[in-house]
Design a protein around this ligand. Structure first.
Ligand code: PLP
Length: 357
């Protein structure tokens, strides 16, 4: 039996979207490929509220995280981490020989604009990374407030990891001044894993010109140049199947309407938070709580493994905590095509299994 996935990726994919993955192949150097890729590009610009170039990579989201920090750090990167995925960005820097320092907030708390200001005031850094939505702790960082600080530092390239939130939370790239916004298909976009997506500003592009060793597969400059030179084609063969499915899913997203989509996510998030506060506790402070997943403190010390075994019999699955939070929290994702009635049904089953009320 298929278990409905309430885990923070991969998420369930609608059957009609999955079907698009089975479209007949086309050559990746054909005009048809250019048309498909430009179509995905233009629709993603709308989703991200940006005029910046949109680039795709046949990899998971991590590919573009590594590509961005390596291709755009001229002097030194400041990595702001609030959990496991922020820490991974720092590891990517050091593994690539990119000079970087990590500024890690206590897990369960956000990156504040004051922290960013203090670090950038040293003048040591020309690139920063911020996690929009930290999946290990369920925190959405206050990027609007951080954007205000970033206005003081126009030469600093701002990279944002929105892998688990873009498509489920409104992120206005141009208004915020984000240079590189990164996501992947298998989370709030509601597609199978395998494609990374980013927006890439001219400022980020100019920065790549001052970086000598940008690697090859994730050389952001080469990808950008190829899109321009070859009319939305790529240096190597992209996953055409993903692009077919993405193009179709973006139509469905626009049909729902972006504002309606953000509101649906907000409504599901509020519902789960209220439930969590009633029966357990929330890990993050409410104003920093994620729109796409809820991290619940396991105050009843339930066995999440045993709960999931029972849920599996009822065709559902949630997630335990991540990394060092494995046993102290559990996580319920409410992203992509998930609906409030489905969330209600899940929480009803959990209450039934745990004998809550
Ligand atoms: C899932 C996730 C990643 C990693 O993405 P992959 O697509 O698995 O490479 C990075 N950051 C965040 C916040 C995530 O949730």
């Amino acid at each position: 039996m298929h278990k409905k996935l309430f885990i923070p990726g991969p998420v369930d994919v609608a059957p009609d979207v999955l079907q698009r993955m089975a479209s007949p192949m086309i050559g990746h150097r054909t005009n048809e490929a250019s048309v498909l890729q430009k179509s995905c590009h233009d629709k993603m610009q709308k989703l991200f509220y940006t005029e910046n170039m949109i680039m795709f990579s046949t990899s998971s989201g991590s590919g573009f995280m590594e590509g961005a920090i390596r291709s755009c750090t001229r002097k030194r990167a400041a990595v702001f981490s609030i959990g496991a995925f922020g820490n991974r960005w720092y590891k990517m820097a050091t593994a690539n020989g990119v000079p970087a320092d990590k500024f890690e907030a206590e897990w369960g708390t956000p990156t504040t604009p004051e922290m960013v200001d203090e670090v950038l005031a040293t003048g040591k850094y020309d690139l920063i990374t911020v996690t929009h939505n930290e999946t290990s702790t369920g925190i959405q960082n206050p990027v609007e407030e951080i954007a205000e600080v970033m206005k003081k530092y126009p030469d600093v390239v701002w990279c944002v990891d929105a892998v688990s939130s873009a498509g489920g939370a409104k992120i206005e790239v141009d208004k915020l001044g984000i240079d590189v916004l990164i996501t992947a298909t298998q989370k709030a976009l509601g597609l199978p894993p395998g494609l990374a997506i980013c927006s890439f500003s001219e400022k980020a592009y100019e920065a790549t010109k001052e970086v000598e060793n940008r690697g090859l597969y994730f050389d952001m400059q080469e990808i950008y140049d190829t899109i321009i030179k070859k009319n939305h084609q790529y240096p190597s063969t992209p996953s055409v199947s993903h692009l077919y499915a993405l193009d179709y899913q973006l139509d469905k997203i626009m049909l729902e309407g972006l504002d309606a989509r953000w509101a649906r996510h907000e409504e599901m998030a509020k519902y789960v938070r209220t439930w969590a506060n009633k029966h357990f506790e929330l890990l993050p402070e409410e104003r920093y709580a994620s729109r796409t997943l809820t991290n619940v403190k396991n105050t009843r010390e339930i066995s999440v493994g045993a709960l999931n075994k029972e849920l599996a019999k009822r065709g559902m699955c949630i997630s335990n905590g991540y990394g060092k939070m494995k046993d102290v929290t559990f996580r319920i994702a409410h992203m992509a095509d998930t609906t409030l009635p489905e969330i209600r049904a899940l929480l009803f089953e959990i209450e039934d299994i745990l004998g809550l009320n």
